[in-house]
Structure formats: C-alpha cells, structure tokens
Design a protein around this ligand. Structure first.
Ligand code: HEM
Length: 369
C-alpha cells in the first residue's frame, strides 16, 4: 500500500476524537515532512475539553505555547539527568525478577515490562511508594477504553476523578513543602509570569502516564519477542551485551511501539499530489515509514548491524519524544538484567504471545517465557 499509494484518504475511517475520514501518510520522506512542518500540520487535533486536562497538554499544543510548556520540563529529561536513574532502575528490575523467579517462568509483559515504566514515572513525579498500587491501577486504566474496564464507564469516570483528586492534593502539599521531584518543579514553574493552572498541572501528569507507560512496556516486550524469534541474535547479545543499545534501536524501527501519530491540517496543502483540506485529520504512520525500503534496505529483516538507524519511532521536529532518553535507558537496563539473570529465554511450551488488537500501538498483552 505504502509503495503504490503513499498518501490516501479513507472516508470511513472512524477517528476516536473526530469525525469520520482520515488521511494516511506512509512513506518516510512524507512522514518526516509532516512532522517537520508544524505550521501546516498542527498538533491541536483534539477538541479542548475543560473536563479532560490532557486535551490542552504539551503534546497537543503548537508554538508558541508548545515551546513554553516544553521548556518547563526539558531539564528533567536530559540524557545526563536521566542517566542518574540507572542504579535505581537496575535495583527495581532485579527486585521484579526476584519476585517471579519461579521455575524460571514468567510473563515478560506482566511481570517486568509493565511495572518498570510505571514505577519510574511514579518516582519522577514524586508519588509516595505507599501509593504505588493506586498509581499502577490508574496508569493502566487511563490507557483502556471505558468499555474494556470492569464496571464500564462509571468505574472509569470514578477512577479518573479519584486520580485527579489525588494529584490535586499532591500539588497542594508540594506547594507548601517542595521536594526534589517533578510535581514540586511544576507547581513552582511560571509561564510569562503566571503559575500553571491546576488543569495544566494535571495535563502534564496524565500526559506522562499516557506517553511513557505503554510505549516503553511495548518496547521491552517487543525486544524479548524479537530475540525469541531470532535465536542467533539472542545468542549474540548474550555474548555481546555492549550491542544491546543497537538492538533496541532496531526494535524501535522494526516494531515501532507507537505505530502512528496524528496531525490536523492548519491550511490547505498538497502532499504527493493529493489535496488535503484545512481541518482534515491525518494519521502519520511511523511504523510504515520505518519499513520504507528506499531508506532501510530489506526493511522486513531484523538486523542489528544496520548502519542507518534514523528511525522515526520517537517522532521528529519540535514534538520529538521528550522521554526518549528515559525509554532507551529503561529498555537497556531491563534487557541487560534479563540477559544476566535468565541467560536464555524462550516462549513457554504450547503458548503464543497474545497481541493486543490495536492499530495505534504494537503491543503484546501476554508473553510467557
Ligand atoms: C512524544 C514515542 C516513551 C514522553 C512522543 C512522540 C512519539 C513518542 C512518536 C511524538 C508525538 C508527536 O509528534 O505528536 C515514544 C515511544 C516511547 C516513548 C516509542 C517508548 C519506547 C516516552 C516516555 C516519556 C515520554 C518514557 C516520559 C516519561 C513524551 C512526551 C511527548 C512525547 C511528554 C510530547 C512531546 C512534545 O509534544 O513536545 N513520544 N515515547 N515518551 N513523549 Fe514519548
């Protein structure tokens, strides 16, 4: 499809946050162009809803607001600051493996890949270890559709309110007694001389949960699945752990955790001869761009020795993933510890990985090894 029709319109495509109809952009060059040109392709594709704080977050804003919001948190996510978390991430990963080292069997997604990012974000935000169970419940809930949750929409809304109340009281505590955490940093921050509103603060917290948890879980699970499918690579990495970071970059390309991102046309524009009208929604297919054969020869082959690792899995341009150094570090530590502790891993006999049925993310619900 990407080769013959690099830009197509699907009139029946049902968007979860808009009317029917969406453009799909598949090729690497077009995907890069859309992500680079924020004046034409805007991130304000979700209607702003007062009750939904994340609808006005950093990820859904354009300049100049986007730059102001991003500057508030960029210091916290620099590779240098993030690298300081390595010993702590090693410790929690080892503890998770200690807990489940039971006949050498475990579910990678449930036991390792899900809890690591949740605990990391909880620590960054400054959530007390006593509240981690609640936090875990909300983190998982926020990524599900209300219909998927036991108790349906009512339970979903109640949990959301509970979470908002929890964060609001944390904001109040940190205003009075600041600590060395992201929430204390944000409650004191100012944009053009004004403190952030409660909704903006909530928006940041919800964004980090949405953007940082499932994606990183997917990266860790997909890496393990790919190494199981390619035993020679598993063997190679067990002997050459120094190449784990290269393997992670190739997993990001080969099984991009976020398959597409969205934009909305801020003006009429032509792309590959197609006329996109102002207000049209666009799915920008990162997963497809990362398999574009004009950029990555033999794109369907997993090859950790590729020389071109310029994948688009973390996006491009002003919205380039803020958490990329953190996601890379979490995956590196998790894989390194798994190789050290398990040496070799394979799928549990007579099981298949259970995939989540979604086009947005490449995700593995169960990965018993
Ligand atoms: C933005 C992917 C992990 C925080 C993005 C974007 C992509 C992405 C593609 C660009 C969205 C756009 O252009 O509209 C990923 C992947 C991850 C990951 C594949 C894991 C493998 C994380 C983590 C965090 C994080 C761990 C933080 C804890 C963010 C934030 C943005 C973002 C705040 C918005 C940046 C902006 O709009 O300026 N991510 N992400 N991400 N990501 Fe990530």
């Amino acid at each position: 499809m990407a080769k013959e029709s690099p830009v197509i319109y699907d009139a029946d495509y049902l968007h979860y946050h808009g009317p029917k109809g969406t453009w799909h952009v598949f090729r690497y060059d077009d995907v890069q162009r859309v992500m680079s040109d924020y004046q034409t392709f805007s991130n304000q594709y979700q209607p702003k809803i007062e009750e939904n704080p994340s609808s006005s977050s950093l990820a859904l804003s354009d300049p100049p607001r986007h730059k102001q919001l991003r500057m508030l948190v960029s210091d916290v996510f620099t590779p240098k600051t993030i690298a300081n978390m390595r010993p702590w991430i090693e410790k929690i990963t080892n503890e998770l493996i200690d807990k489940v080292e039971n006949n050498g069997e475990m579910d990678i997604t449930r036991d390792i890949a899900t809890p690591i990012p949740i605990q990391v974000i909880a620590k960054l935000l400054g959530v007390s270890p006593n509240d981690q169970e609640k936090f875990k419940k909300w983190s998982i809930m926020i990524l599900q559709a209300p219909s998927e949750i036991e108790g349906g929409e009512e339970t979903f809304l109640r949990s959301q309110q509970e979470m908002a109340q929890y964060f609001i009281s944390l904001f109040e505590q940190r205003k009075v007694e600041p600590k060395d955490d992201l929430i204390s940093h944000l409650v004191q921050a100012e944009v053009e001389g004004e403190k952030l509103s409660t909704n903006d603060l909530l928006g940041f917290c919800v964004l980090l949960l949405v953007a940082g948890n499932e994606t990183t879980t997917n990266l860790i699970s997909s890496s393990i699945l790919t190494f199981i499918e390619n035993p020679e690579i598993q063997e190679y990495l067990a002997k050459h752990p120094e190449d784990i970071p290269k393997a992670i970059e190739e997993v990001l390309r080969y099984r991009s955790p976020l398959q597409y991102i969205n934009r909305i046309a801020a003006k009429d524009v032509k792309l590959r001869g197609q006329s996109i009208k102002k207000g049209d929604l666009i799915n920008v297919w990162l997963g497809s761009a990362n398999r574009d054969e004009s950029i990555f020869p033999n794109p369907d082959q997993f090859d950790i020795h590729r020389t071109n690792l310029k994948h688009t899995a973390f996006g491009h341009g002003i919205h380039f993933c803020l958490g990329a150094p953190l996601a890379r570090l979490e995956a590196h530590v998790a894989l390194q510890v798994i190789f050290e502790r398990l040496h070799q891993f394979q799928l549990k006999e007579a099981t298949e990985p259970l995939m989540n049925p979604t086009a947005l993310t490449y995700s593995i619900k169960e990965l018993p090894v």
